[in-house]
Ligand binder design. Sequence first.
Ligand SMILES: Cc1cc2nc3c(=O)[nH]c(=O)nc-3n(C[C@H](O)[C@H](O)[C@H](O)COP(=O)(O)O)c2cc1C
Ligand code: SF4
Ligand code: SF4
Ligand code: FES
Length: 634
Amino acid sequence: MIQQKIDMEATGQAYRQARQAVRRRVIVCAGTGCVANGSLKVYEALRQETEARGLEVVVKLGDDCDCKGDVFVSKSGCQGFCQAGPLVTIEPEDWLYVHVKPEDVADIVEQTLIHDRPVKRLVYVDPASHEAFEQTHEIPFYKRQQRVVLAECGNIDPEDIREYIARGGYAAAKRAFKEMQPEQVCEEVLASGLRGRGGGGFPTGRKWALTLPEPGEKKFVICNGDEGDPGAFMDRSLMEGNPHRVLEGIMIAARAIGADEAYVYVRAEYPLAVQRIRKAVADAEEAGILGEDVFDSGRNMTCQVMEGAGAFVCGEETALMASIEGLRGMPRPKPPFPAQSGLWGKPTVINNVETLATVPLIIAEGSGHYRRLGTAGSPGTKTFAVTGHVANTGLIEVPFGTTLREIIFEIGGGVIDNLGQVMPDGFKAVQIGGPSGGCLIAEHLDMPLDFDSVKGIGAMVGSGGLVVMNRDTCMVKIAHFFMRFTQNESCGKCVPCREGTKQMLWLLEDIMEGRATAQTLELLEELASAVQLGSLCGLGKTAPNPVLSTLRYFRSEYEAHIVQKRCPAGQCKALATPEILADRCKGCGACLRKCPVNAITGEKKMPHRIDAGTCIKCGTCAQVCRFDAIVGVN
Ligand SMILES: Cc1cc2nc3c(=O)[nH]c(=O)nc-3n(C[C@H](O)[C@H](O)[C@H](O)COP(=O)(O)O)c2cc1C
Ligand code: SF4
Ligand code: SF4
Ligand code: FES
């Protein structure tokens, strides 16, 4: 098939010219978080209102566009600050509007697009200092970040290949295909010190250099977009926000190892990511960027997108390959490693989405330039999904070596209580690396975050989930949450993982529900090492990490549950003491009338009391109490 190849230079130039002809750009975030909060309605309202007010509006720029309008309205992928969404960004002023509703659009058009003023009531106000910020780059959440891999994510239209090209996209892939030998590509990436972002931190250049000399005509590249960790959405955001960059990284990886076929494996629960990456592949094919004789190099390259059913274990590389082959997604022992025998027995490189999205930058700017950020052992930046008890949740990117304190208190805006109010001394712990990781505590707040320092204290950077916990969090409950996740997700192939995680879960339940004895912790620790040692894949090997790290730092909290039958954070319902709060109780008697065991006494209009010995914690009284006066029952 002869393809009509796009002229990248002319396309980029035409796009840039068209952009310059438009006075202002309005970018509505259309990442999953903002879409869920109604951003598409905001987008539609904007288009209608701008047209109704007689503004010249363009919604698609490009070489075939006769654009000379006032306003270019476009959608983007995740702009990072999901918690404040739906977000609307105004360029070139860099004004950011938060929590935008369709009803706000008339004001945006009137004040901003017609009278060139920011809409003050829509700008971000810091919850702690109450300071208002008009421009994105002034907001502490963005100010401390260095968005390198995410640079265009949230700015560009992810569904327009011409905008990606206009910003220099695909130039690195072209260079790799036309001007570099595979060995040089491997060497450049090796020299950059890039380490895999999928969890293990293995040097990417080394992985590629090991695959390149493997014999055989046929080799594969796989982009791992499975991302199953609870709380993580970095890879999803990249695929939604800048799919061409991921694709360009895949092409460079293929050039580095001599592959002509690639797969992007994305979980089906990420429909927007699937849709955008599929469109990116189709548009790249149509532009002749993928297909035959790529960049007139004499080499071919194809890419297919595959949806996974959403099993956490399918993110493990050997299980993922089995899944692509149409088998049940179960890991197999290594060796042989994918580099020697991967997809359908052929040499295969499998890399994480963020790893691959970093590669074009290294080829475009050189390994030396890439190393200017990060630490010697962990160069570059890392994206983190910051969630939990923190004022500003969202997707961030910082250089390796940034401290947790900077992330939680400066970017994240500090720790919040369960009602969302900032709690200056409320920090208790942060779970890093999802179910495979561990928790870090106050003494780690000033430790530079990088692969080796985090590993040195028995946790792992993992894929980049950061769940912040305040002082009202029960650490046994947290361990239980992650253990329940891994137990549910165990593929069942090995007994220690299948049965061991179940037993560990039950022991944690014993602790939370007051049935544990002095032996429970010993048994929990014994089982943890058996599961670590006896499991085949990383899921089982790391499943005990949340238990072991909470035990290391919060043993006394476990002991309080076991010995005193008390949950220090007051979160374990079974251990709570039933009580009626005298200052809230109006003495209405509603609870007393409903209690099935007559555990409540009290005079009318006087505070009532519960006899904890008689109470069976059925929770009926709390359900009927209109004054929220009853605590410690189910
Ligand atoms: C249970 C389990 C789940 C995993 N899930 C993912 C995932 O969702 N995405 C990912 O890139 N790597 C995941 N990994 C790591 C992959 O097996 C593999 O190491 C990684 O994709 C390699 O890419 P990298 O070198 O770029 O990090 C998982 C590993 C295990 C053990
Ligand atoms: S460790 Fe668990 S998830 Fe991994 S292969 Fe064994 S049973 Fe399956
Ligand atoms: S929880 Fe049930 S048993 Fe206990 S005081 Fe309330 S209604 Fe009575
Ligand atoms: S989805 Fe809009 S900011 Fe993340």
